[in-house]
Design a binder for this molecule. Structure first.
Ligand SMILES: [Zn+2]
Length: 292
């Protein structure tokens, strides 16, 4: 009977969001430890850029690309259960198709940014077409979120170019790469994905993590992942819009853009003249080309 009553109480608490949410966010939930305000110009994330957010040891930023999608609801439920918040880089046309999910992301307190309108490899497009796709994506995301979207942007496939980066700086749109990823473009079980990601996170100790809320395996993995972050003492940092570039840390000596090497391997070309790159680290060579 006691158990039943507890269950009913838990279900009621879960059903009431907003004000009730704060009451259910006890010390057992992951929560959000702090926010970092990010304004332009900023090009962040060591997979692509030689600098990233100045995160402390065991601080993690969660980002989800390519949504909204039907699987996004499960991601949002997992985040809410842990009072956790993330940033969603939405494809404009997906946001236009599923604005109700975008509105829920905003209502939950998550940060919403854009990821182009059509998910084209923008580097390969003529400059005007690429900026038109960026602008259309940002407008669609902002409309779906009733004007509550951030100006945060992530390039599809991290396929930027110097001219496009300058265009984003001019638009005061901070550009996010990532520090580590779950490789969830590869088919694997949620357990395998969890082990892969936690292994990378333990080695990196902190960073901006790239996931995809469009992937069922990621949605299924998320509750265990958030619980594991809490159990291992990781703290969640939420990125929010700001007026100035954030405090940053520089890449270690000998840094190379891993995404540049991957794009080259995929044959994605454009106006950017990449400096010569050596091969990917052995571990990453086993990772097929990302479809981000
Ligand atoms: Zn993507």
């Amino acid at each position: 009977m006691w158990v039943k009553r507890e269950l009913i109480a838990a279900a009621l608490t879960f059903a009431l969001c907003g004000a009730a949410r704060a009451e259910s966010c006890g010390p057992r939930t992951l929560g959000v430890s702090r926010t970092i305000a990010v304004g332009a110009p900023a090009h962040l994330g060591l997979k692509t850029y030689p600098q990233t957010l100045d995160l402390k040891d065991h601080e993690v930023v969660l980002t989800f690309d390519d949504g909204p999608a039907p699987t996004t609801r499960r991601v949002l439920e997992a985040l809410e259960a842990q009072c956790a918040r993330a940033t969603f880089f939405l494809i404009g046309r997906n946001a236009a198709a599923m604005p109700q999910i975008v509105r829920r992301e905003i209502a939950d307190g998550d940060t919403v940014g854009s990821h182009s309108n059509t998910h084209s490899m923008l580097r390969s497009l003529p400059f005007d077409k690429a900026t038109a796709d960026i602008d259309a994506g940002a407008a669609a995301v902002d409309k779906a979120s009733s004007g509550n979207a951030s100006k945060f942007f992530r390039f599809p496939g991290f396929a930027d170019s110097p001219a496009l980066l300058a265009a984003l700086d001019q638009r005061k749109m901070p550009v996010f790469g990532a520090d580590l990823w779950a490789s969830d473009w590869n088919v694997m079980t949620p357990k395998e994905e969890l082990e892969l990601l936690m292994g990378r996170l333990r080695r990196a100790k902190s960073g901006i993590v790239l996931l995809h809320d469009t992937k069922k395996q990621t949605a299924e993995m998320l509750p265990a992942f958030l619980a594991e972050l809490k159990a291992e003492g990781f703290q969640l940092v939420q990125i929010v819009p700001g007026d100035a570039p954030p405090s940053q840390k520089q890449a270690p000596a000998g840094w190379k853009s891993e995404t540049e090497a991957t794009l080259k391997k995929m044959g994605i070309r454009g106006p950017k003249t990449a400096s010569p790159k050596v091969g990917l680290p052995l571990q990453e060579q086993k990772d097929p080309a990302p479809r981000m």
